[in-house]
Ligand binder design. Structure first.
Ligand SMILES: NC(=O)c1ccc[n+]([C@@H]2O[C@H](COP(=O)([O-])OP(=O)(O)OC[C@H]3O[C@@H](n4cnc5c(N)ncnc54)[C@H](OP(=O)(O)O)[C@@H]3O)[C@@H](O)[C@H]2O)c1
Length: 312
């Protein structure tokens, strides 16, 4: 497993609303973030995913990891989003997406400080609309970075057409070799659309990284999601059977149903990291795996629901 740091760098994130949210204080938020990174490390996590779009997360990971100086730590970062909310709880705009060569160069100039622990450099949320996969100068620059710094180059995808974006990026060849090595995608019990591509990615010796493994928290019983009543019951029964939480069942489903390099935990509390990691202590029996496969929803529906989640 790896740790995603989206929730460690800015206090608001697309998620389910928190009840009794504490008052925000930047210095304690920073200390909490460092504590989470250290907890994840002490519990055995060595893969950390970050981005300049996640507020101070990249800086936090950089300070913490370079201080740790452990060559087994792997860092993945991204380029393409700029955080603009300045930790203002009333901000209406949180990030700006820009897939231009100028943005790539500007963000690389600070992300390169993560070297030598930086192994993976990703286009943050590659889409057909942003034109990034057709932009020859950006692709050529990524190839230069790949060769010069021995990086794995990746994309992250979201939305109902992840499969199409994945196929397009797998087809991009520069100077006779595929540019992209890493694909960070959404896959969970509700959106299983990427499943059919997973073996192809493995056969090509490329890496599949799963984000939003818990559907942003939607796998936990919630009266606002009556549509998942059957899913909640199923996850609860399996949680009792394997003596773990529903989160570990959902994460284990990701590991047992398709070949993956890492599943990212999006937890921002030490207890949740610990609970998520229980997924590493068991394997799902085949009939349980098949039963969880039945929870798949239409990806168009899944992403409509995801869009309705607010910044909380
Ligand atoms: N590239 C992209 O466009 C993109 C988009 C989204 C995410 N990501 C990456 O993927 C990572 C994970 O995404 P995510 O945060 O959306 O994923 P997630 O793992 O699906 O959901 C995280 C949510 O689940 C809650 N949770 C975890 N364990 C829990 C437990 N045992 N009990 C109750 N609640 C629990 C967390 O609460 P707490 O915070 O309270 O622990 C958090 O609200 C991110 O950090 C980021 O690195 C990338």
């Amino acid at each position: 497993m790896g740790l995603g740091t989206a929730a460690l760098g800015r206090q608001q994130y697309i998620n389910l609303p928190l009840r009794n949210k504490p008052t925000f204080d930047l210095a304690s938020f920073r200390q909490d973030g460092l504590r989470i990174l250290e907890t994840a490390y002490q519990e055995g996590i060595r893969y950390f995913d970050t981005a300049p779009g996640y507020g101070m997360a990249e800086q936090l990971v950089s300070n913490w990891a370079l201080d740790k100086n452990d060559p087994t730590i792997e860092i993945a970062t991204k380029w393409g989003y700029t955080y603009v909310a300045n930790f203002d709880p009333n901000a209406t705009q949180h990030e700006i997406k820009e897939h231009s060569l100028a943005k790539l160069d500007a963000q690389w100039s600070s992300s390169k400080d993560l070297l030598p622990l930086l192994t993976t450099y990703q286009i943050h949320s590659a889409t057909f609309e942003s034109g990034v996969l057709q932009n020859k100068s950006i692709l050529a620059r990524l190839l230069e970075l790949k060769d010069q710094f021995n990086l794995l180059i990746g994309i992250t995808t979201s939305g109902p057409n992840q499969i199409e974006v994945l196929k397009k990026s797998l087809d991009i060849d520069l100077k006779g070799k595929g540019l992209f090595d890493v694909f960070q995608i959404t896959y969970n019990v509700f959106d299983q659309s990427i499943g059919p591509m997973a073996e192809t990615i493995k056969d090509q010796k490329k890496r599949l990284i799963i984000k939003e493994a818990l559907a942003n928290g939607r796998i936990f019983p919630n009266p606002d999601y009556a549509n998942y009543k059957e899913a909640y019951q199923k996850l609860d029964l399996l949680a009792q059977k394997y003596k773990v939480g529903a989160d570990a069942i959902a994460i284990r489903f990701n590991m047992d149903s398709i070949p993956v390099y890492k599943v990212l935990s999006g937890a921002s509390k030490p207890a949740h990291i610990h609970a998520n990691l229980q997924a590493l202590n068991f394997e799902l029996e085949q009939e349980d795996l098949e039963s969880l496969k039945e929870l798949a929803t239409d990806p168009r529906y899944y992403w409509e629901e995801r869009k309705a989640l607010a910044w909380n």
